[in-house]
Design a protein around this ligand. Structure first.
Ligand code: ATP
Ligand code: MG
Length: 231
């Protein structure tokens, strides 16, 4: 675990794609352990999340992670921030499941046997041990989502940003992921439409029309969001 609670800070963040403003004046200081971000389709959640590791750079304002401006410190920040995309095909690279995890470890673990040991362990943690030598592209959608998560977690980031990590998971694997998240020491930022998942989170942020419209404990934030969506 990191020495101090990780801090993600958005200050005066504005962003547009072409003439479509997506985020307009976002100010957030995120230090809580488990934080959910919710909002309608197209409300800017993924755009906001991608700013945390520099995949999107804001037009105005700054995003910092542990005091480092993401724009100026992308490599360093990407070591601290693990990012899981909603589409796992975007981050599965290697032909087999075990090779994909071993590739993740190749930068940090020099010893091959140690890499293999850690790979087996993380695959077991995520229920993929029977699939170690299977071609990655033949995994089911949910299994791919678990593999993408395993490949990120095995490196030990201090912050995990997960963009809709349960979309393809069945109930068993959703519950498994929820338990995995509950056990994590790492700071967790989850974007999701799976509102049940957020019930025991520390904070839930609601985005709507380019802005933060609620920022609260899960229950009041989700109640606000439900009312907003029924309008
Ligand atoms: N690379 C891009 N180029 C142009 N427009 C984009 C790009 N990425 C996102 N957008 C637009 O920005 C807006 C916000 O998209 P974003 O993906 O952040 O929404 P979201 O809240 O994650 O939605 P969802 O719940 O559907 O995942 C949308 O209108 C989208 O069309
Ligand atoms: Mg999204």
């Amino acid at each position: 675990m990191a020495d101090a609670a990780p801090t993600i800070e958005f200050s005066g963040v504005v962003h547009a794609f072409g003439d479509r403003t997506v985020l307009d004046g976002i100010d957030l200081t995120i230090t809580e352990h488990r934080v959910g971000i919710i909002g309608a389709n197209g409300s800017g959640k993924s755009t906001l999340a991608r700013m945390i590791n520099g995949l999107v750079t804001p037009d105005a304002g700054t995003v910092t992670v542990n005091g480092l401006d993401v724009r100026k410190n992308k490599r360093r920040v990407r070591r601290d921030v693990g990012f899981i995309f909603s589409d796992p095909d975007r981050q599965i690279i290697m032909p087999t499941v075990a090779e994909d995890i071993e590739l993740s470890l190749s930068r940090t673990v020099a010893d091959r046997d140690e890499r293999r040991r850690r790979t087996r362990a993380v695959l077991a943690d995520f229920g993929l041990d029977d699939h170690a030598d299977q071609p990655s592209h033949l995994l089911s959608g949910g299994q791919k989502q678990l593999l993408a998560l395993a490949a990120v977690m095995v490196i030990g980031p201090s912050i995990l940003v997960a963009d809709e990590p349960t979309t393809m998971l069945d109930l068993r694997n959703s519950l498994m992921l929820h338990e995995t998240f509950a056990r994590l020491d790492e700071q967790l930022v989850v974007l999701t439409h799976d509102l049940d998942m957020l019930a025991d989170f520390d904070r839930v942020i609601v985005l709507d029309r380019c802005r933060v419209v609620a920022d609260d404990a899960p229950e009041p934030a989700i109640t606000h969001y439900r009312a907003l969506m029924r309008r």
